[in-house]
Design a protein around this ligand. Structure first.
Ligand SMILES: NC(=O)C[C@H](N)C(=O)O
Length: 346
């Protein structure tokens, strides 16, 4: 199994900056564009994501010291397409440990935006705390004119240290908006206003870097806690994308190469082709594969209809349904428990 490099946990000038009246926030850095470096200040594509270390990200925003005592931990430094279950499991256990310390008020994770919603959802389901966990990224590399990373980081740290941010689960911050990690998704490949939850909306926004919430603290229906302490790997769950004349054998190939679960990014309200459905039913019979049916439409609802080993992904998009199924399989959920888990209709 691949090993995850964990760079030394280091304090940044904490002695010189420490102010006992400010919250103590730990920033866990994983890479992405927020730590990206390009050859020119006009380049917003074709750069190296995860090039700069957490100390450089912190040094770039000295205002952080006015609102918090920050500590940086380099967990990884990769493009978010390279985040692995090993990194996620490590991240969960490091954040849990940090937040279990009564002197730590909140945690921030810097992350690439491409798979940020997957990691944020994973953290939301695997960390037990009332304290704020804030996942933040950027769309422009740190070297760009009007890089969005520094402001996003300042807002994320401010949020993590705010008492009114407690009890809201893991949150995502970008473009002056606060959203629930349970629902936020990347909706545009290039624009700054990419993270949205079109049906569920934002929790709040930032004014002069201060968080302003629309609602009192509330948690999403269907949010479940999975204890992954001590886990070193997670069961494989693959996503298949629905379209006209899809190749029904892709499902078999996924299962025979190790997938214990499948998520179907179905057409409309979870539709699949009839040849594809026959193949999936055979796999359920032969291998006991657990299948969650989601939708490629990026909105709406797929219900659980009670047919064995097949569950509706509710309003989770395929990439979030995949994380939920992976955690439930790790926890050894029975078919009945899975039907309850994927039956959280609001
Ligand atoms: N804006 C970004 O962070 C994209 C980058 N490719 C990443 O996900 O790491």
């Amino acid at each position: 199994a691949p090993t995850v490099p964990i760079l030394p946990h280091h304090l940044l000038a904490r002695d010189t900056h420490f102010n006992s009246s400010l919250p103590n926030i730990t920033i866990f850095a994983t890479g992405g564009t927020i730590a990206g470096s390009a050859a020119s200040n006009t380049a917003t594509t074709g750069y190296t994501a995860g090039a700069l270390g957490v100390d450089i990200l912190i040094q770039a925003v000295p205002e952080l010291w006015n609102i918090s005592n920050v500590k940086g931990v380099q967990v990884a430094n990769v493009d978010s397409g390279s985040i692995t279950p090993e990194i996620l499991l490590n991240l969960t256990s490091m954040i849990q440990e940090a937040l279990d310390d009564p002197y730590c008020q909140g945690a921030v994770v810097t992350h690439g935006t491409d798979t940020l919603e997957e990691s944020a959802f994973f953290l939301d389901l695997t960390i037990k705390t009332d304290k704020p966990v804030v996942v933040v990224g950027a769309m422009r590399p740190a070297t760009a004119i009007s890089a969005d990373g520094p402001m996003n980081l300042l807002e994320a740290v401010t949020l993590a240290g705010s008492p009114e941010a407690r009890g809201r689960g893991t949150m995502v911050v970008l473009n002056d908006r606060i959203g629930s990690a349970f629902y936020m998704t990347k909706t545009h490949s290039n624009a700054l206003d990419t993270f949205k939850a079109s049906e569920q909306g934002y929790l709040g926004f930032f004014l002069d870097t201060k968080p302003l919430f629309y609602y009192h603290p509330v948690l999403p229906i269907g949010r479940e806690y999975f204890n992954v302490s001590g886990a070193t790997e997670l069961p494989e769950v693959d996503i298949l994308f629905g379209h006209q004349v899809l190749n029904p054998k892709l499902a078999r190939s996924a299962v025979e190469s190790g997938a214990k679960g499948l998520v179907l990014a179905g057409m409309g309200a979870g539709g699949w082709t009839s040849a594809g459905t026959n193949e999936i039913e055979d796999l359920v019979e032969e291998y006991g594969t657990q299948v969650v049916v989601s939708s490629r439409t990026m909105g709406g609802f797929v219900q659980t209809d009670g047919s064995g080993n097949m569950y509706g992904g509710q309003d989770l998009n395929p990439q979030k349904a995949r994380i939920m199924l992976q955690l439930a399989l790790y926890a050894g959920y029975s078919s009945k428990q899975l039907a309850t888990l994927f039956g959280f209709a609001p």
